[in-house]
Design a protein around this ligand. Structure first.
Ligand SMILES: [Cu+2]
Length: 334
C-alpha cells in the first residue's frame, strides 16, 4: 500500500472536522511581519535515480533534507540558507530574491512536463483511485525520477480553502502511471500538487505541477484559522517561531513538546526531522520547505522567504514513535 498521512488521524474522519486545537493568546500579528516562504528545493539536482516501483517503495530513511547523504562534506546545521546545485556547488540565498522561484503548483504544465490525471471528478467521502501520468514533450510518460526527500514523487492534496490537507506518496507502475487511493471528505474544489524531479534524456528537471480535482455537492468554505504560535495535536504541542519576511530568507523554527512539556523525541521523516509545506491563500501557490538536516537548539529549523504579501497555511509534519503527525499554522505576510 502506498503510504499516506493527512491531518486527520482517523482516515474515515471528515477532513473538515476541527483540525487541531489552537491556542496562542498573545500572538502578535506584527511578529509575522512578513512571513513565508521560500524554500530550498535543495538537493533536487542530486537526488538518486528511481525508475521502478520497487525503488519507489523502498525509501531510504537516511537521506537528509538537502538530498546529500550523511557523508556530505559540509555541515548544514546553522548554515545560512543555501541551495545545493546539480553540479555539487552551493549557492547562498540569504537576502536574495530566490523567493521568486519558490511558488509552484500553479500550472498543470511547465518545463515541458504535463500532469495528466485519468479523472479529476471525485465523490465526497469515498476512497477512489487517483491515477495520473507525468508526460514529457511529445506525450511520452516519464518513468524515471530522482528520489528527493526519500520519495520519487510527493503529492499534496488540499481543498482550495486550505482545509483537508493530505501529503501522499503515490506508487508508480512501470508504464509511468502513478496511483493512490484518495478520499476527499467534503464537496468543493481541490488542488492536487505533484512535486518531483523528472529525469528525461539524462536531464533532471525539478518540477511542481498542480491540477484541480472536483467533488460535487454543497460546498461550505471554511475561513482560514487565525494566526497562532502554538498548536496542539495528538497530545503534542508545537511552537512556531520566526519572523519571515518578503524578499529575504529567514529562519522558521518548530519546537515539539510532549504532554509532559519535555521536548519530543523526533525521528527522521522523509530524510529530515520534519517537513513543511506552505500553501498560499487565494491561489494555493505551493512551497515545499525543508529543514536543516539536524535540529538546531531542539527545534526543527527551516528557511523561508516570503514570495509576497498574503496569508499562508503552513503544514508541519513530524514523526514520533513511528507515527507521523501534522499541525498547521496560519501565517500573515504584510
Ligand atoms: Cu512527501
Amino acid at each position: 500500500m502506498p503510504e499516506r498521512h493527512d491531518d486527520t488521524p482517523d482516515t474515515d474522519q471528515p477532513d473538515d472536522t476541527p483540525r487541531t486545537e489552537e491556542r496562542g493568546a498573545g500572538f502578535k500579528l506584527a511578529a509575522f511581519g512578513a512571513v513565508v516562504v521560500v524554500v530550498l528545493f535543495a538537493g533536487y539536482g542530486i537526488g538518486r535515480l528511481n525508475n521502478s516501483v520497487e525503488t519507489a517503495r523502498s525509501a531510504t530513511p537516511a537521506a537528509d533534507a538537502h538530498g546529500h547523504g550523511p557523508t556530505a562534506s559540509h555541515d548544514d546545521s546553522g548554515a545560512a540558507p543555501h541551495v545545493h546545485n546539480a553540479d555539487g556547488t552551493v549557492t547562498q540565498v540569504a537576502g536574495s530574491t530566490a523567493a521568486a522561484q519558490s511558488v509552484g503548483g500553479l500550472a498543470v504544465t511547465s518545463s515541458g512536463l504535463t500532469l495528466r490525471p485519468e479523472t479529476a471528478i471525485f465523490t465526497a467521502g469515498r476512497a477512489q483511485p487517483l491515477r495520473f501520468k507525468i508526460t514529457a514533450a511529445g506525450g511520452a510518460p516519464v518513468t524515471t525520477y530522482a528520489v528527493v526527500h526519500d520519495k520519487p514523487l510527493h503529492l499534496v492534496v488540499v481543498r482550495r480553502d486550505l482545509t483537508g490537507f493530505q501529503h501522499l506518496h503515490p506508487v508508480m507502475a512501470p508504464d509511468g502511471t502513478w496511483s493512490i487511493d484518495l478520499r476527499l471528505a467534503q464537496p468543493g474544489s481541490y488542488r492536487a500538487v505533484a512535486d518531483f524531479t523528472a529525469i528525461v534524456g539524462g536531464q533532471q528537471t525539478p518540477t511542481t505541477l498542480g491540477v484541480d480535482l472536483t467533488v460535487a455537492g454543497n460546498y461550505a468554505p471554511v475561513a482560514l484559522p487565525a494566526p497562532v504560535t502554538e498548536v496542539t495535536t495528538d497530545g503534542f504541542s508545537v511552537q512556531y517561531g520566526g519572523t519571515p519576511q518578503t524578499g529575504t530568507t529567514q529562519p522558521v523554527l518548530m519546537t515539539v513538546r510532549g504532554a509532559d512539556g519535555k521536548p519530543a523525541e523526533l525521528e527522521p521523516y522523509l530524510g529530515a526531522y520534519g517537513h513543511l509545506v506552505v500553501l498560499r491563500e487565494g491561489d494555493v501557490g505551493y512551497v515545499h520547505v525543508h529543514p536543516e538536516p539536524q535540529p538546531v537548539d531542539g527545534a526543527v529549523k527551516f528557511w523561508l522567504a516570503a514570495p509576497g504579501p498574503g496569508r499562508y497555511r503552513m503544514f508541519f509534519d513530524f514523526q514520533v514513535a513511528g507515527k507521523v503527525h501534522t499541525v498547521a499554522f496560519t501565517a500573515v505576510v504584510s
